[in-house]
Design a protein around this ligand. Structure first.
Ligand SMILES: CC(C)(COP(=O)(O)OP(=O)(O)OC[C@H]1O[C@@H](n2cnc3c(N)ncnc32)[C@H](O)[C@@H]1OP(=O)(O)O)[C@@H](O)C(=O)NCCC(=O)NCCS
Length: 215
């Protein structure tokens, strides 16, 4: 057996052990302590790790490696995420854990997975967060960085929408985002928990100019 294959098989064995333990721990953490539910948890952990581990090691890091390597970072990530999502949704929505354990299938989970598939298929967006050390504020550096970052994500990575939100009293962020083309979309009450307290946020976004052509 060649060294590369041996290394991959050893790695797969580690992934399988980790998946089995994770499946069991997750189940116990959710208060499912019966033998049958522990068996289901272990089955899911094992199935998921074998499917994802084999795909990663023997397909993505095998025949697809050259093609994936020529893609941009975001496209590479999207292809990988889509493949992982297909595996996760297939294992979860078919309820293979329950089937293997001989337990009845639950129908309530199906709506969640249908929604998950839909949202994964139609959204190409990101949430932007930014912060600069106090001693570098007021020099226009963040403005420069955000213009470079948004141009990169739109032009090179082909992203459709970037969203950025700030607290109403954060005038610096408001000025900065407005100056580079973000538009106000709304006001979200009690949006994020910051320092233990729910805080209102102003919602803004910027759309890829290329996608707005003709609109
Ligand atoms: C929000 C934050 C990133 C803004 O930083 P900033 O340095 O004020 O942002 P900019 O890079 O746009 O700099 C603009 C300032 O630089 C000044 N400036 C100086 N030279 C400049 C130049 N060549 N070009 C543009 N602006 C210049 C501008 O006059 C402006 O000053 P002003 O705010 O006193 O009017 C920063 O305050 C921060 O990190 N805050 C804490 C974290 C945070 O709130 N993050 C956002 C969460 S939503």
């Amino acid at each position: 057996m060649n060294a590369r294959l041996e290394r991959k098989l050893r790695f797969l064995a580690i992934i399988m052990v980790a998946g089995t333990v994770a499946g069991l721990v997750l189940n116990l953490a959710q208060g499912r302590t019966s033998y049958s539910s522990m068996f289901v948890g272990i089955t899911y952990g094992l199935l998921m790790c074998v499917a994802i581990g084999c795909t990663e090691l023997f397909i993505l890091d095998g025949p697809m490696q050259g093609w994936l390597g020529r893609l941009s970072f975001t496209k590479n990530l999207m292809v990988r995420s889509a493949i992982y999502a297909v595996i996760i949704v297939a294992v979860q929505s078919s309820q293979s854990g329950e089937v293997i354990a001989g337990l009845p299938r639950e129908t309530s989970g199906q709506d969640f997975w249908h929604g998950f598939i839909l949202s994964a298929g139609i959204a190409v967006l990101m949430n932007l967060g930014f912060s600069i050390a106090r001693r570098f504020e007021g020099k226009g550096l963040m403005r420069e960085a955000l213009i470079a970052a948004t141009n990169f994500m739109f032009e090179r990575e082909g992203l459709h929408r970037i969203m950025a939100n700030f607290r109403p009293e954060n005038i610096r962020s408001e000025r900065l985002l407005t100056s580079i083309g973000f538009r106000r979309e709304g006001f979200a009450r009690s949006y994020l928990q910051i320092n233990g307290r729910w805080a209102d946020h102003v919602l803004t976004s910027m759309i890829n100019p290329a996608d707005l052509d003709g609109l």
